[in-house]
Design a protein around this ligand. Structure first.
Ligand SMILES: O=C(CO)COP(=O)(O)O
Length: 257
């Protein structure tokens, strides 16, 4: 069963117009394996500029633009929020939702994340739904319970069928920005659990849904991680701010067959 392989850059609250230009120029000649897609997710003020720069570099056919968040509301008196239609106006195709930093710092609940996933899907955006356990939860052997509790509200809200338009990103919180990557075996075991969790509800959907790994992925460890059966690419933080390193990571993605 073929499913898409995706390498996505999460710039978080970093980057500049200079990096937008540098990244677009750098990615223009990127050679990707079949079935591999690359998505760059800068902060909202850079979305339109990134779209324009990728078009200018003739890179928009193989590189997509993603946002890091979206409002669950459509429009109106929600100061500071950004709607799906605003993202569409910037030709955004993907949106990261439920990142652990939004869950822990901005107190987004799994129910709110589920609403956002629905709003994004209804607007034709592809959600990159982030799930992951903390170090304390892993130590307490609660990883599977935590992941299930993050997935279930989304399944309840949108239905399992719509997971054919969702990308999951497994990001163990203890591996984010710490340099402590999950070992390929450990990541594979957790990805296998996520796929089985979906498969117990719908086998076909589980086989089709890309599950990315995120957490201290870099040019050195990407190949071993991406070669795991149930790892369909990565969500890259720090290493996605360096054009050359990000290109190495994109090239390490081989695509599934
Ligand atoms: O949170 C991440 C991507 O969303 C991972 O960040 P790092 O790659 O910097 O660990």
């Amino acid at each position: 069963m073929k499913r898409q392989t995706i390498v996505a850059a999460n710039w978080k609250m970093n980057g500049s117009f200079g990096l937008v230009t540098e990244m677009s120029q750098g990615l223009a000649d990127l050679q990707l394996a079949n079935d591999v897609s690359v998505v760059v997710c800068p902060s909202a003020p850079f979305l339109a500029a990134l779209t324009d720069a990728l078009e200018h570099e003739k890179a928009s056919e193989h590189i997509s633009v993603g946002a890091q968040n979206v409002s669950e509301f459509e429009q109106g008196a929600y100061t500071g929020e950004i709607s799906t239609s605003m993202l569409q106006a910037c030709k955004v195709q993907y949106v990261i939702l439920g990142h652990s930093e939004r869950r822990s710092i901005f107190k987004e609940t799994s129910t709110q994340v589920a609403h956002k996933v629905k709003t994004a899907l209804d607007a034709g955006l592809v959600p990159i739904l982030c799930i992951g356990e903390s170090e304390a939860q892993r130590t307490a052997e609660q990883t599977e319970t935590v992941l299930a509790a993050q997935l279930q509200p989304v399944i309840d809200e949108v239905g399992i069928e719509r997971f054919s338009h969702i990308v999951i990103a497994y990001e163990p919180v203890w591996a984010i920005g710490t340099g402590k990557t999950a070992s390929p075996d450990m990541a594979q075991a957790t990805h296998q659990f996520i796929r089985k969790f979906l498969a117990d509800i719908d086998k076909d959907i589980a086989a089709k849904t890309p599950v990315l790994y995120g957490g201290s992925v870099n040019a050195k460890n990407c190949e071993a991680l991406f070669s795991q059966t149930d790892i369909d690419g990565g969500l890259i933080g720090g290493a996605s701010l360096k054009v050359d390193e990000f290109k190495v990571i994109c090239s390490a993605a081989k695509g599934n067959s």
